[in-house]
Design a protein around this ligand. Structure first.
Ligand code: IPM
Ligand code: MG
Length: 355
């Protein structure tokens, strides 16, 4: 019996609904693969602002630190968007969490599901067989650089992009290591023709090439990468890039898979790892039982694989997810024309039952 502690941070919007489905899947894995799992629920985001006035309270941080892994739902609430009065925003909780937990790398695998090829707005023959992983730096760059703010007269605003060589090196190292284990092709995405931080990225990555002679490296400007991801996704094996570029490119890449509701991610770093879907809180769908739970359920699969080195448990979840897609037990975002969409909880029940 393997005993593990999971911190569950459902967050805002559809967070609680999709998280409930992931927990069902994890419970089923626990029963099948002999785990004893203790869940500790904690608040984050708008839910935490409402409860205690802080989007990432210290108590939540302690819960995460003491856990073996964190499952995270989503953050964001329209009450705080376009609201200049809001002193604190839910997203600050997500950033604080990433920073305080030292989660400097976000791994976002992108691949296709054969039975969903027809759902992508992209041509089958372009996307078939696409299989890459985007490694997004998660605790630096524009998201965290200071100064950030407004001039006193309110007429000027600024953000600062900052990267140290050490930060670049540790994320690029991960990129090289993943590439070495996969198809030995690393693409470093930057904007070195314009940005000083990008030039430091390129210089740092170039200096590391000699440590990984087996890995072929190419350097690509982010605008070109944005085009190539859609035009020739099979070109990519491992992409490593800075925080904001990775944020944008992975939403774009979800189009290859078929829906933003399908892409999981793992955030890893100095301590406890965290597993989260790449999508947001989808407030329009909150409480309606229509959101796609698959990205969160696949994040739970990544948890078993990455945090507990249990490939079999991860594979069992993946097989059940594949089956739900094959059998069209899916939510409206990926349901084919003429097929009645299933609800969030029906998809969750089906997947759990088939693990
Ligand atoms: C993501 C999200 C977040 C980000 C938002 C909600 C702050 O888009 O995880 O990709 O930009 O990092
Ligand atoms: Mg994003």
């Amino acid at each position: 019996m393997k005993e593990i502690k999971i911190a569950v941070l459902a967050g805002d919007g559809i967070g609680p609904e999709i998280m409930a489905q992931a927990v069902k899947a994890v419970d089923k894995v626990a029963a099948k693969f002999d785990y004893k799992i203790t869940y500790t629920h904690a608040v984050v985001g708008a839910a935490a602002i409402d409860a205690v006035g802080d989007p990432y309270p210290e108590a939540t941080h302690q819960t995460c630190r003491e856990a073996d892994a964190v499952l995270f739902g989503a953050i964001g609430d329209p009450r705080f968007d376009n609201n200049p009065e809001a002193k604190v925003r839910p997203e600050q909780g997500l950033l604080a969490m990433r920073k305080k937990l030292g989660l400097f790398a976000n791994l976002r695998p992108v691949n296709t599901f054969p039975s969903l090829l027809h759902r992508s707005p992209l041509r089958h023959d372009l996307i078939e067989g696409a299989d890459f992983i985007c490694i997004r730096e998660l605790t630096g760059g524009l998201y965290f650089g200071r100064p950030q703010g407004r001039s006193e007269d309110g007429q000027t605003a600024y953000d600062t992009c900052v990267y140290t060589r050490a930060e670049i090196e540790r994320i690029c190292r991960l990129g090289f290591e993943y590439a070495a284990k996969r198809r030995r092709h690393l693409t470093v995405v930057d904007k070195a023709n314009v940005l000083a931080t990008s030039r430091l990225w390129r210089e740092t990555a170039k200096a590391m090439e000699k440590d990984y002679p087996e890995v072929e490296v190419d350097y690509m400007f982010v605008d070109n990468a944005a085009m190539k991801i859609i035009q020739q996704p099979r070109h990519f094996d491992v992409i490593v890039t800075e925080n904001m570029f990775g944020d944008i490119l992975t939403d774009e890449a979800s189009v290859i898979t078929g829906s933003l509701g399908l892409l999981p991610s793992a955030s890893i770093g100095e301590g406890t790892s965290l597993f989260e879907p790449i999508h947001g809180s989808y407030p329009q769908a909150a409480g309606k039982n229509i959101a796609n739970p698959i990205a969160t359920i696949l994040s739970a699969a990544m948890m078993f694989e990455y945090a507990f080195s249990d490939m079999e448990a991860g594979a069992a979840i993946r097989r059940a997810v594949d089956l739900s897609i094959e059998k069209n037990i899916v939510t409206e975002d990926i349901a084919p024309a003429g097929v009645k969409p299933s609800t969030t909880s029906e998809v969750g029940d089906f997947i759990a039952a088939n693990i």
